[in-house]
Design a protein around this ligand. Structure first.
Ligand SMILES: Cc1ncc(COP(=O)(O)O)c(C=O)c1O
Length: 387
């Protein structure tokens, strides 16, 4: 088969650095995985039960393209109440995970000559959705010494007449960083000054530890220039249900909806019923999981620091991002050798962009005993490097 059938865009798209690493993990037995970014919990039973019930009651057809009206309203009510926003259900669509929401947002607003500012290290899909929409990614590195926060002055130096949008996600995958209100206000000023749209992926907004999340759209004047993306995968342990959402000014949302109507139709009906139950009845279950992630966070950060790594304290999501430069290995070498020698899977920081060099991502949504064992193995690995 000749590759002349493959589109240039598909050819140019880089394969996910995470997937590449998982192929290695799949061929090794007895691995403790701090690799994959998903909760180790099963979805709370009440959520599962509501989906089963919806099927038994015959809710097996398409919903409206934008999603069940009750769910769209519930998403708006929840965000409006917690962040002082003014969304109506016409501003909200239900998507197949935040993943689809990201893709729809990029395709709805980007033209081929547009540039999008994307901080690095970042979630692997950000550059991909921008490039698939034909636009150009302009990376802005973030640094451990700045708590991996995005600084307005670093963005401003990259703005050109072609810059259309900024795409960021806080709490951040892979660093665990959150953004302070002050820093976000500076970015809001910049967005106004240069007339930019902000795509804010806030899928981890409920997973913060001791510091409240600031919703970008809640900043003065920002609801009208933000596409707010979120979902149920992380806070309710619902990765397999594939439910997310996007909120945006009505004209942008309508453009996203037009694409979604053609390529998706609607998100799964049973999953939408489950998401409604999650939002309305399962905050306690979600909170209990988040409290548990916090205990695991303290265990892994403390453990890695005792081994001798410099570890930025993650304030959100469920990742920590230790600096491994003291080992003399590159991120890829560290991850590959650790996997081969001690059967612990972590993701090289470079999977999240070039500025992830010198770091690895460890997901701590993993059983406490596995985290303890992984720390013992990592310590043994680091000591073996000294010999
Ligand atoms: C930052 C970020 N955004 C979006 C997603 C996609 O989430 P979903 O399962 O809702 O598609 C992920 C999943 O890992 C993520 O880490």
């Amino acid at each position: 088969m000749t590759d002349s059938y493959i589109s240039d865009r598909a050819k140019e798209l880089k394969p996910s650095g995470i997937r590449k690493f998982f192929d290695l993990v799949a061929n090794t037995s007895g691995v403790i995985s701090l690799g994959i970014g998903e909760p180790d919990y099963v979805t709370p039973w009440k959520i599962c039960g509501s989906a089963i019930n919806s099927i038994q009651q015959g809710y097996t057809m398409y919903t409206s393209n934008a999603g069940m009206p009750e769910l769209r309203q519930a998403v708006c009510d929840d965000l409006n109440r917690r962040f002082g926003l003014q969304y109506k259900s016409e501003n909200c669509m239900i998507t197949v995970g935040a993943s689809e929401a990201l893709d729809m947002a990029a395709r709805a607003i980007l033209n081929p000559t547009d540039e999008v500012i994307v901080p690095e290290p970042c979630y692997v899909a950000y550059p991909a959705v921008v490039e698939l929409a034909g636009a150009k990614v302009v990376s802005v590195p973030t640094y451990e010494k700045n708590n991996f926060e995005l600084h307005a002055e670093d963005i401003e130096s990259k703005i050109t007449s072609k810059t259309k949008a900024i795409l960021f996600g806080y709490p951040c995958n892979p660093t665990g960083a959150i953004m302070s209100r002050e820093r976000l206000l500076e970015i809001a000023e910049l967005a106004k000054k240069h007339d930019l749209i902000v795509m804010a992926d806030e899928i981890y907004e409920r997973l913060t530890y001791g510091t409240e999340h600031v919703c970008f759209a809640s900043l003065p004047g920002m609801q009208e220039r933000t596409i707010l993306l979120g979902g149920f995968s992380k806070a309710y342990a619902m990765t397999g249900w594939r439910i997310g959402y996007a909120l945006a000014p009505k004209d942008i949302l309508d453009a996203m909806l037009k694409i979604h109507q053609h390529v998706i139709m609607c998100a799964s009906t049973a999953s939408q019923c489950a998401a409604l139950t999650a939002l309305k009845e399962c905050q306690d279950a979600s909170k209990a999981m988040i409290d548990d992630y916090n205990r695991r966070r303290q265990l892994i950060v403390g453990g890695l620091r005792r081994i001798g790594f410099s570890v930025f304290e993650p304030k959100g999501a469920f990742y920590c991002f230790p600096n491994i430069t003291s080992t003399g290995l590159s991120s890829e070498e560290f991850a590959e050798q650790l996997l081969k020698q001690e059967k612990v899977a972590v993701i090289p920081g470079t999977a999240f962009g070039d500025s992830g060099e010198g770091y690895v991502r460890c997901c701590y949504a993993t059983a406490i005993d596995d985290i303890r064992e992984a720390l013992t193995r990592i310590q043994r690995f680091v000591e073996s490097l000294k010999k």
